[in-house]
Design a protein around this ligand. Structure first.
Ligand code: NDP
Length: 250
């Protein structure tokens, strides 16, 4: 297992699902964990479960000022920002493009795309000054193929994949490791929303088709180690059996 003693990880969308699991996995690996989400109560509860090494900062990633303040709070408390996990994301409002609500569509871009940019923009100068860091971003199969009624989500994830590539181009030589993770379908609240929509083939999947959130969480930890360096500027798919083996999931 990767040992992150003394390192600090910031996890967006840490109030449930993949982000909550990642908070526990990274804490178990010795890291200081900074949990970000809009819902203060949930992240405070999870931080309390983890203990002294954890801090909850209520933050809407769509607002750059809030993200920057959260990063500064992490640095003030733990002395650095070594790993950023861009995990916060939404899928609602699920809707066909020709009937979509422009405001709701734009809000998904504000969270899923601009939220990732905000995190990158806020931590990169700190990581560069420190000689490096890892920026891990949750991608999706939807970044690469259109899915009915998910135009907002597909567009946001495709753009986020390009952000990872841009960070790698500009900052790999400054020690920044930018990698995406496409987890496959995961048993979280997001999949409940997808199922409730009943619109596309993803909504028809059985709950048992989804992997548990601990799997992407463990993969994210593995991605902090040198074994993942061959994916810098690229995306790892957790559907890949070989990756599952390397992460120790099968
Ligand atoms: P959940 O719905 O369980 O969790 C989403 C998290 O994002 C919550 O903690 C939520 O907290 C947070 N969040 C949402 N909006 C904001 C915001 N504006 N600012 C800060 N935090 C926010 O989803 P998952 O765990 O499934 O999703 C995590 C990531 O994985 C997402 O990027 C998603 O797109 C991606 N993904 C998920 C898949 C799946 O099958 N589940 C498949 C592929 C990718 P709060 O509401 O308190 O702010």
């Amino acid at each position: 297992m990767v040992d992150l003693t003394g390192k600090t990880v910031l996890i967006t969308g840490a109030s449930r699902g993949i982000g909550e699991s990642a908070a526990h996995v990274f804490a178990d690996a010795g890291a200081n964990v900074v949990l970000l989400a809009r819902g203060a109560e949930a992240i405070e509860r999870i931080a309390a479960e983890i203990g002294d090494k954890a801090m909850a900062v209520a933050c809407d990633v769509a607002d750059y000022g809030q993200v920057e303040a959260a990063v500064q709070a992490a640095v003030a408390r733990f002395g650095g920002a070594d790993i950023l996990i861009n995990n916060a994301g939404v899928i609602e409002p699920i809707s066909h493009l020709d009937a979509s609500d422009p405001e709701g569509w734009g809000q998904v871009i504000d969270i899923n795309l601009k939220g990732v940019y905000h995190g990158m923009r806020a931590v990169m100068p700190i990581m560069e000054k420190a000689g490096g860091g890892s920026i891990l971003t949750i991608s999706s199969g939807a970044a690469h193929g259109p899915v009915e009624a998910w135009s907002h989500y597909c567009a946001s994830k495709a753009a986020v994949n390009m952000l990872t590539r841009c960070v790698d181009k500009e900052a790999r030589d400054k020690g920044i490791r930018a990698i995406g993770l496409s987890p496959g379908t995961v048993a979280t609240e997001m999949q409940r929303e997808i199922k409730a929509s009943g619109i596309n083939p993803v909504s028809q999947l059985d709950w048992s088709d989804h992997i548990p959130p601990e799997w992407p969480a463990k993969c994210l930890l593995w991605m902090c180690g040198p074994e993942a360096d061959s994916w810098l500027g690229d995306e790892i798919s957790l559907r890949d059996e070989d990756i599952r083996k390397q992460v120790g999931l099968t």
